[in-house]
Design a binder for this molecule. Structure first.
Ligand code: MF3
Ligand code: CO
Ligand code: CO
Length: 269
């Protein structure tokens, strides 16, 4: 049910938020981004992803916030950590990071009821040339998508901008996972596809909140989920990368709620 205190829903079921809601998202997004800033120094060869997740859990607790992922559909961790050919939803554990591993760390926190969801890439030790290229193309694809965010454009314009950049660079966009609306809920309409045709899909309106979180593979786009029911990997074992921001549509463009306070969103600059 729609609620007078929560703004209206569009015909596509997308909630329209007000100025106070932007402030709530800004606070939640900033905490998620700060946690990703602070974990960076711990990403080194010999570290386990489980230890990284324990540090993240402590940071969420110390901030007086709540992890959105602990208890979500039975998931038990404060982060997803996806190494090398893991596309997303990697479960933190006791496997050791080794020199040259690339990994995505994805954190979602709840602050005053608002959800901040962001992920970025890290490298343990020395970055290989091919991983560097994959990370750069994925990062730039996210920002091409973000630059298409303004009232009057469509979700298809976002997806098209991402897909065009990735395929120009002879890499592939994962189809099996997408971004999502969020706000006072974790996953809301619409599905934000990272591919598409210009002008297709719902029209963007001021006050919409959603994530853009493209996953890009060096090889083919197909994925499969392992027997743990979470870990998604590339079928061809090729390397995969992902970046994610939580975004709000403003009168003349966008606000990124999950900007890195330290300016460390990209792993090498
Ligand atoms: N943070 C992820 C996203 O970007 C969702 C993780 S759900 C989990 O939507 F249960 F796997 F943590
Ligand atoms: Co997300
Ligand atoms: Co996420």
């Amino acid at each position: 049910m729609d609620d007078a205190h929560q703004g209206r829903l569009t015909r596509d079921g997308i909630r329209i938020h007000d100025a106070g809601d932007f402030a709530g998202m800004h606070k939640a997004g900033r905490l998620a981004a700060e946690i990703l800033d602070r974990i960076a120094e711990h990403v080194v060869p010999g570290q386990t992803t489980g230890a990284l997740d324990r540090l993240i859990t402590d940071m969420v607790d110390q901030a007086g916030a709540t992890s959105a992922t602990i208890g979500y559909k039975g998931y038990q961790h404060a982060s997803c950590i996806s190494v090398n050919h893991v596309v997303c939803h990697g479960i933190p554990g006791e496997k050791l990071l080794k020199d040259g591993d690339i990994l995505n760390i994805d954190v979602t926190v709840i602050v005053d009821g608002w959800f901040g969801d962001t992920s970025r890439m890290y490298v343990a030790g020395k970055l290989s040339r091919k991983a560097e290229r994959l990370i750069q193309v994925t990062h730039d694809a996210l920002f091409k998508g973000i630059e298409a965010v303004r009232p009057g454009n469509t979700f298809g314009d976002i997806g098209h901008a991402i897909q065009a950049h990735v395929e120009r660079n002879r890499m592939s966009v994962v189809r099996d996972f997408c971004g999502h609306g969020l706000g006072r809920v974790f996953h809301a309409p619409p599905n934000v596809l990272h591919y598409g045709r210009p002008g297709s899909g719902p029209v963007l309106e001021e006050g919409m909140f959603f994530t853009i979180e493209p996953m890009v593979n060096l090889g083919r786009p197909e994925t499969k989920v392992l027997a743990d029911d979470w870990t998604a990997v590339t079928r061809d074992k090729s390397l995969s990368a992902q970046f994610e921001h939580s975004i709000g549509v403003t009168a003349d463009g966008f606000e990124i709620f999950t900007l890195s306070p330290a300016g460390r969103f990209h792993p090498t600059y």
